[in-house]
Ligand binder design. Sequence first.
Ligand SMILES: Nc1ncnc2c1ncn2[C@@H]1O[C@H](COP(=O)(O)OP(=O)(O)OP(=O)(O)O)[C@@H](O)[C@H]1O
Ligand SMILES: [Mg+2]
Length: 256
Amino acid sequence: MPTKASGVESPHACKQYAIYDFMKRNSDNVIIVDEVMKVYKTRKIEYTAIRNISLTVKTGEFVSVLGPSGSGKTTLMNLLGTLDRPTNGKIFIDGVDTSTLNERELAILRNRKIGFVFQSYNLVPYLTAFENVSLPLMVDGIDTSENLKRGKDLLSEVDLEGKMHKKPNELSGGEQQRVAIVRALINSPPIILADEPTGNLDSKTSDAVMSVLVRMAKENNVTIVMVTHEEDIAAYSDRSVYLKDGVVEREKRLKK
Ligand SMILES: Nc1ncnc2c1ncn2[C@@H]1O[C@H](COP(=O)(O)OP(=O)(O)OP(=O)(O)O)[C@@H](O)[C@H]1O
Ligand SMILES: [Mg+2]
């Protein structure tokens, strides 16, 4: 916590204290986005993809992010996932100010705290479903028999018991996405970030995948932030946040 130096508090220290105080009072906020801005700079132009977004997400909450193409949804997800850094503002993940971490520390934070689910399932093509699910455990050096059994149990829970030894190209889109969801959950991260997880699926398969995602997240008190274009898919969430031109245009509470 910042301290007063010679009786004068700098605006920066005041701001730091305000954030600290806010977090203390809202300790169940697993994600805090504080006045975040993202400017993409190329040699010729600067483009402000996100301007001054502030957002909090509570532990166990499921937030959907909607908005037109180019409104900044993926940019926001990349910032939340610490895959990219904000130009201005701060992001706190599970109480950690990510702006204070170096690249190596961010990689550790990502591995421990965040499971990613993408539109294209991003499975390793030459590994089986079970091996794909086990991969994060191996990266973390925690591929114990107990954890590997958990992988098998989770695959069974998403009805893939008989397909554990199949490779991605032998699985349907919905099956591949269920493998990707189990892979995202295998390290028991507190947060799942999903960018259009049903974007490549038909509506029936989308519903099946969403049911699995919601059930598993609620069972494990996992927080989800999910980008979608579809109101039907957003209806699974607790709250929808609508982006337009890089700002939060409005929010809609759906549950609780
Ligand atoms: N690496 C980059 N360099 C420059 N501009 C970028 C970069 N990435 C995104 N942008 C621009 O930032 C804006 C927001 O992009 P973003 O990918 O966040 O949109 P989106 O809401 O996810 O859109 P979509 O629904 O099409 O996926 C767009 O106008 C895009 O052209
Ligand atoms: Mg996008």
